[in-house]
Design a protein around this ligand. Sequence first.
Ligand code: C2E
Ligand code: CA
Ligand code: CA
Length: 292
Amino acid sequence: MEELLRNADLALYRAKDEGGGEHCTYEPSLHASAEERRQLEFSLRRAIQNNELVLNFQPVVDANTEKVLSFEALLRWHSKDHGFVSPAKFIPLAEDTRLIVPIGSWVLEQACKEATHWPDDVRIAVNVSGEQLIEPEFPSTVVRALANSGLDAKRLEIEVTESIFVRDASVARAALEQVMALGCTVALDDFGTGYSSLGYLRKLRFSTIKVDRSFVEGAAKQNAESLAIIRAVVAMADSLEMSTTAEGVETEEQLELIRKLGCKKIQGYFFGRPMPSAEAREIFRLEQMRSA
Ligand code: C2E
Ligand code: CA
Ligand code: CA
């Protein structure tokens, strides 16, 4: 009886995952993937205490001068039970289970601390999920990370996606306004991939719009829609006094194109992959030696 109910439940979850309005029958593979998820969640709960999480940092450069303006903090999980797990897998799991709340605070703390080892004009960008924003504690988590590290609030940028405006929009917006009042800036990530409602751009004073990697790739292949979308985003950002970052620039050819299209900042493997903290610090040490 119990097994029958459990299996029916798994099929129900599958139907819901596929957007509802759908019939699904139980298959043994559903049990296997639910079991894998359960084990992953069990390990993720212990990842912070077990020191399995680490931040990597990817440079964002000025499109014209190629100077490093900031780094984006990107989370890595080396699980002792599961090996390296991709963020594409564990971040959604952390969001579903709300584990993203303690993990996200840890990320904020670590990222702010790391940035104090860089020159004063280099900023740190931290990804924040909707689940974190709707926690009443979120603004105080930011205050604590800034206070503990001594980092100037102006050097912290919060990256959010449009998905935060879908559920609990007013709560998320109020939380972001509070951190903006501290002096932090907010960037709109993955622009163009989700709802891309222009209305969202009016809801908050974003400092930067990040153009998703898929458009950079498309534009380089002369895809007319991708080119049109990048042009439109750049024009819109310019008139709203927001900056633009092109994500996922991998080749010189893409770089030239993106420059011509007028994006202000560039992030991608061409200028640097996400790297361990020591490598990021090394960039500045070498810069200093060269200028000395
Ligand atoms: P994202 O915020 O859009 O981060 C950019 C992703 O693009 C990163 O993937 C980065 O490694 C990848 N990338 C950068 N340049 C290139 C390039 O030139 N070519 C290609 N192919 N890829 C490039 P990553 O590190 O796997 O992160 C995936 C996603 O996981 C992130 O997407 C973000 O949504 C999420 N994530 C990562 N760290 C955190 C975190 O600390 N908190 C939250 N809430 N989400 C995070
Ligand atoms: Ca991001
Ligand atoms: Ca992105």
